[in-house]
Design a protein around this ligand. Structure first.
Ligand code: MSP
Length: 569
């Protein structure tokens, strides 16, 4: 039988190639790449931590993951900020880029590839794509005259005028301009985009964002200007077919999603793309609500379509809301940006990760409050989870010298012997609910349209807390301190069962929380004396292990060390 199988392949290499192709595809996840005109703020931190949590969850599931993030270094905004600072743009972006890199390190954002749009690797792909689209007649030269927003780097039409006939403050400085430029035939693909959105239910998550996008596509008219004369903007990628122009910043920035994933613009069909790229693409792309329309929902999808990507090869867009401050938009000019470095120094990186992930319902907006960082941490981590860890290990040490005894039958499943479902079954249900919130699509009642869809990380965290609460409730109802005093056989058995169940509860909780709080999850495992040989390594946690009853008979847990000391404000 084995021999017959091996015979199917001409050579070992052939076998490896074909066998590999049958392996599950890589889970590819991206974020927006941040402008390097000013240092990172809390909004940038939220998006990257969200992507990191989803990436870590997939690694926990055993998936091969490719997580791409980076920085957007070209464009007028950067050129202007550099000029203001009195240093060349290349030097300016280097400094700001370093701040982003430092922040991701501090916050434990663990990416696989880092995108910088000034890199040669990226430039080559952008130029290759431009040339192909130009050769295919998708790009043409034309003259335009009109009002131009310097801040948004685009020409404005009458549609952008407010009721008073003026261009609103969101456009910043507006001036009259006339210039020749290159255009991408965006309008030509409008019907295709409408058909695509109608045929794919979760092209954009949450659902209401897909509706918003579709409505915007209906109104789409005209083409996209993709160049700037060098005389006006020097800080960009030169057009391969006209050296007097540089590429418009969005076209350049969007291309990062494929240029850093191994895409080859010279391949004449998708099938001829490098294996590495086809194994990764398409991606789950995390972006903020401000860059869905038109950038990702229209420009990007149409760019891919024009390049020859099929409907099945379109990325899925996960759109998150915005962090506001006192109900107002955060912006550098308003001087109300929240600095993630300061917060993570003050409260710890994990306290900040926890706040960002638990406080914002994925998809909707939230108001940032430093006070809530403390409240959340104290209530959920110090009180609920930290307390469960502390009392479990204390009681195990005091009553059993830390030694757990594997209870049997009904005792293993139901230490509280309540009338309802067994304790273990209830935990199992919460684990399933966690999984479905964090990655599988669900249908919710229409009254909560905002929470429909997968990747509802805050709800998954709610499931973890519910598990910790169940453990704390067991302590209260079973009162192990009373059982320890009693001398009858049934009380002894019950005490063993309760302590074992609490340790199991903690073990499972640590696995589930590991994508959000990797350090704390290691802390719990360390104190449980569990998988110590893998201490500090991500492989220590696996979703398959989040099943009841894995701690062996006679396992000795460690002494408690406060993992989440209360923050006194
Ligand atoms: N450079 C472009 C994106 C190019 S992607 C090919 C850009 N940069 S940005 O720095 O302005 O924004 C980067 C990401 O941060 C965007 O997804 C944006 O929505 C997000 N956020 C910026 N401010 C935010 C908040 N206040 N809250 C949450 N996210 C926010 O756009």
């Amino acid at each position: 039988m084995l021999g017959a199988r091996a015979g199917l392949f001409a050579t070992a290499a052939d076998c490896r190639y074909r066998c590999n192709r049958k392996m599950p595809k890589t889970f590819f996840i991206t974020t927006a790449i941040d402008y390097t005109n000013s240092p990172p703020h809390i909004g940038h931190a939220y998006e990257k931590v969200l992507a990191d949590v989803i990436a870590r969850y997939h690694r926990l599931k055993g998936d091969k993951v490719f997580f791409l993030t980076g920085v957007d270094q070209h464009g007028q905004k950067v050129q202007q900020s550099a000029a203001k600072a009195g240093i060349p743009p290349a030097e300016f972006v280097k400094e700001i880029t370093q701040k982003f890199v430092d922040l991701w390190k501090k916050l434990g954002v663990k990416y696989d590839e880092w995108a910088e749009t000034t890199s040669n690797r990226h430039k080559k792909v952008v130029q290759g794509i431009l040339q192909r689209l130009f050769d295919a007649g998708q790009i043409y030269k034309d003259k335009q005259a009109g009002y131009y927003s310097v801040r948004q780097e685009q020409f404005l039409t009458d549609k952008e005028r407010g009721p008073d006939g003026e261009f609103g403050p969101e456009w910043g400085q507006v001036e009259f301009r006339e210039e020749e430029n290159y255009y991408f035939k965006l309008g030509q693909h409008k019907e295709w985009l409408l058909r695509y959105l109608d045929s794919r239910k979760e092209a954009v998550i949450p659902e209401f964002r897909q509706t918003e996008l579709r409505n915007a596509v209906e109104k789409l008219s005209g083409d996209l200007c993709i160049s700037r004369p060098k005389s006006r903007l020097a800080w960009g990628i030169e057009l391969p077919f006209d050296k007097d122009f540089v590429n418009y910043v969005w076209f350049d920035a969007l291309t990062n999603y494929i240029s850093f994933a191994g895409y080859n613009p010279a391949a004449d069909s998708y099938d001829k793309e490098p294996e590495e790229f086809r194994d990764r693409w398409p991606a789950l792309q995390i972006i903020g609500k401000d860059i869905l329309v038109p950038a990702h929902g229209i420009y990007w999808l149409i760019m891919l379509h024009a390049m020859g990507f099929s409907d099945e090869q379109m990325p899925q867009l996960l759109v998150h809301g915005w962090w506001n401050l006192g109900g107002a938009k955060m912006s550098k000019s308003a001087g109300n940006v929240v600095d993630p470095f300061v917060l993570s120094e003050k409260y710890s990186a994990e306290a900040l990760r926890y706040y960002l992930m638990s406080e914002m319902a994925t998809g909707s907006d939230a108001d940032f409050s430093e006070q809530r960082v403390v409240v959340r941490y104290n209530a959920d981590l110090a009180n609920s989870l930290g307390n469960l860890l502390n009392r479990t290990l204390n009681m195990a040490a005091r009553y059993k010298d830390g030694r757990l005894e594997l209870p049997e039958g009904e005792w293993l499943q139901n230490p509280d012997q309540g009338p309802n479902e067994s304790y273990a079954q209830e935990i199992g249900k919460k684990v399933e609910s966690y999984k479905s919130h964090i990655s599988v699509a669900r249908t919710l009642p229409l009254t909560f349209p905002i929470t429909i869809g997968p990747y509802v990380v805050n709800a998954a965290i709610g499931n973890i807390l519910a598990i910790a609460d169940q453990g704390n409730a067991l302590v209260e109802t079973a009162a192990p301190w009373k059982l320890a005093k009693a001398s009858d056989e049934a009380s002894k058995k019950r005490l063993n069962s309760v302590l074992y169940s609490l340790a199991e509860t903690l073990r499972i909780t640590a696995i589930l929380i590991s994508p959000v709080l990797p350090k704390a999850a290691h802390g719990i495992f360390d104190q449980l004396n569990w998988k110590t040989e893998l201490s500090g390594k991500e492989e220590r946690f696996s979703l398959a292990d989040a099943e009841w009853g894995r701690l062996p008979d006679g396992h000795v847990v460690g002494k408690p060390v406060p993992l989440f000391p209360r923050i006194e404000s």
